[in-house]
Design a protein around this ligand. Sequence first.
Ligand code: EPU
Length: 419
Amino acid sequence: MEKLVVTGPTPLKGEVTISGAKNAAVAILPATLLIDGVCTIENIPNISDIKISCEILEQLGSKITWNNKNSITIENSNLTTTKAPLDLTSKFRASYYIIGAMLGRMGEIEVGMPGGCKLGARPIDQHIKGFELLGANVTVEKGTIYAKAKKLKGSPIYMDIVSVGATINVMIASVLAKGTTIIDNAAKEPHIVDVANFLNTMGADIRGAGTDVIKINGVEKLHGNSTYSVVPDQIEAGTFMLAAVATRGDLIIKNCITKHLESITAKIIEVGANVEDNGDSIHVWCNKRPNKANIKTLPYPGFPTDLQPQMGVVLSLANGTSIINESIWESRFQYTDELNKMGAKITAQGKTAFFEGVKKLYGAPVYSSDLRAGAALVIAGTAANGVTEIYNLEHIDRGYENIEDKFRKIGAKIERVNE
Ligand code: EPU
């Protein structure tokens, strides 16, 4: 079993370069299935979710060449099956994008119910509603989703809730549909804009991505033969910004889009740390104990749920009592039990948690319950006095490229150990 061993406290200092966005890349890869040809995707994060995504595509008939560790060329001229491997698709969340892409390209797909982090109920009713409005027949039996359509037809689609996955999935499915699709109450996250930009580069006609109304005029085919570079990861950038604050460090975070980081920047300033926007990099430093602050997670441009645990580490060390209200996921406070093992004083009740700030955290053996909880524990271990051992690394490896390398280069004492 692998674990990360972190010895703290260390104020993180120096420069760190952000990778491509996981949640954009895991949608762009399946979206390439719409292209009857070749395309190259660059700035792909080298993480386990991407490796599984590539394996699924290869089993559908994609030819994938790795140009280097962050760039692939995909050729999708000869798809050989409409049955996606059930064992692989149930391993991660974004496998649901195979449905939108294969419905668009082949009019048929059989796929396992998506897996992913256990954050509470994760229904896909809005995805299914969108596909059905486009004319598909979708059934779910014994954990397998069967979706079929003769030819998808554009339609107005009102999303009952703001969903990142449903917005992207329906957008992907609509690209080759006949006529116009209008997605109302769409999610606005940066990765939605990035998937739309990718598809438009390949010949799609999508307008309004990044607003709550997205209009997709169906096109006959996508031309491929282009190269696309994935947007920098907003959540990885935010993770390092919060790591700088929690460890009272001084970091320059390079290759990020500072516009995507406004809600995080506002909270970092509220807790009394410093942020300087340098265009394509952001400088964050903190030389005193953070102040308390209250957070409510919201869809973009609100404070992202995917940075809630990392912010929780900052608030567990703050002067005073802070409240976090998690409005997206039912069960995203599992990490608070682990922080309490390290000396934090957090009480979580349902979707609200109270953080009575302590002056110091202390090293302890802790378990990562999901991807962002894992990142929070790495930050906590770096800020804490003594040795922290972090287990369940498979969660962290799903979404952060070489996390220990990046932390080590900015001063953390961190090792991956195979027990
Ligand atoms: N929801 C429904 N029905 C649906 C879809 C969603 O009720 O058909 C609900 C969910 O249960 C949740 C809310 O709507 O309460 C929002 O879910 P959303 O669909 O936006 O989430 P997702 O697409 O499953 C993506 C990210 C998550 C991130 C959320 C929210 C990917 C692969 N995952 O999930 O990322 O937390 O959006 O921003 O893009 C992570 O990276 O650690 C992660 C969990």
